[in-house]
Design a protein. Structure first.
Lengths: 102, 263
């Protein structure tokens, strides 16, 4: 891990996280009118998370078979509306346990 | 009638406590994930303190671990966090009008999904001491959880920390799936976005597009098509969590598509 690289990246992340939060509070102070822009902004988190998860989740462990086991367990627990932590831990355990048999 | 500084502050602290407790396990997982990906513990804590967000910092940290370019990291994080603009815009209408610029700059730092939800449920004007109290607990919870996760990660066996690689994606699924289950619109948007990212990844034609940009392109197309097909008529911006229930009605627009005029 190149620390300078990581540190600069973190600062950039912090800035682009801070600006959208603070700009309306100090500058605009106006509502967005367009329903299309509003809808776009509302849908963005879901589109991003979908694109981040698939297909990368299948390459997130040492072996694609264990990753698939973890994915199936995560999908099942999330469908049952378990909390973030339960889903994450369930997926980790599924990967770990299936890894013992491979 | 006017409450004192201390009363407002204490009330804010009290309202922020449940958020703080909810943040600990999530940031704990973040700490684990970051350190098992090679980020030093102090930097994981610094990320949590300086970013104070979930999806954005998870995605950004993931890209750092993958060695992505500054532009990819910045753009991806920015796109994920753009939604805060909506929340801040809505909070702005309720802020104490006399609040000074430095105080506004500080309050802006604390706009997270959860803090926003609690603040927007309050009656009347939002004062600075109230918001300060509301923000402090969650910031402590978020950084403490990260520190615990980061420290414990170092003590884990190699095979277990390799299994941790899936944790982040597990959390993403846990955020999206319950909403997708209730909202056909969100399901379609996620499906479009995933389909685009797969096309960009596996078609030789698009090999030169790097991972961060694949996500950005897929997001813009997915959310863009979603906004055109299913614009939200409702003005409510408040509860992100209820996204699913909020606009079931625009079902008709996808049925039209299904019958074939466009698709």
């Amino acid at each position: 891990m190149n620390l300078t690289y990581a540190f600069i990246a973190v600062i950039l992340m912090a800035l682009v996280t801070y600006f959208p939060r603070v700009l309306p509070i100090v500058v605009f102070r106006k509502e967005i009118k367009s329903k299309y822009i509003k809808s776009f902004l509302r849908y963005v988190p879901y589109a991003v998370l979908g694109a981040l998860t698939f297909p990368d989740i299948f390459y997130s462990t040492k072996n694609i078979t264990t990753a698939i086991c973890g994915t199936v367990v995560a999908l099942f627990l999330a469908y049952k509306e378990k909390s973030l932590v339960v889903v994450a831990i369930g997926a980790i355990l599924a990967v770990y346990i299936s890894g013992l048999f491979l | 009638m006017k409450r004192t500084w201390t009363e407002d502050f204490k009330y804010g602290l009290k309202r922020g406590l449940p958020i703080a407790m909810g943040y600990v396990p999530v940031s704990f997982t973040f700490g684990l994930m970051a350190v098992s990906g090679g980020i030093p513990a102090w930097m994981a804590i610094f990320i949590s303190l300086s970013n104070l967000t979930s999806a954005g910092q998870f995605a950004g940290t993931n890209l750092i671990i993958m060695g992505a370019s500054y532009l990819e990291i910045t753009l991806t994080t920015f796109i994920i966090n753009i939604r805060y603009m909506l929340m801040s815009l809505s909070l702005t209408q309720r802020l104490d009008k006399s609040m000074s610029l430095p105080k506004r700059l500080l309050v802006g730092y604390g706009v997270t999904d959860e803090i926003f939800s609690i603040a927007s449920m309050e009656q009347g004007t939002l004062t600075f001491p109230y918001l300060l109290g509301l923000i402090i607990g969650p910031v402590l919870g978020w950084t403490t959880g990260t520190a615990l996760g980061a420290i414990i990660s170092a003590a884990l066996s190699e095979s277990l920390s390799s299994a941790m690689g899936i944790a982040l994606y597990g959390m993403f699924i846990a955020i999206v799936l319950p909403v997708a289950k209730k909202s056909k619109q969100v399901t379609i948007i996620v499906a479009i976005s995933v389909a685009i990212v797969c096309i960009l990844r596996y078609m030789p034609l698009f090999q030169m597009i790097s991972s961060g940009f694949r996500v950005i392109i897929a997001t813009i197309i997915g959310a863009g098509i979603g906004a055109i097909l299913f614009p939200i008529e409702d003005d409510k911006v408040e509860d992100e969590d209820n996204l699913g229930e909020q606009y079931v009605p625009s079902r008709s627009s996808c049925e039209h598509g299904g019958r074939g005029s466009i698709e």
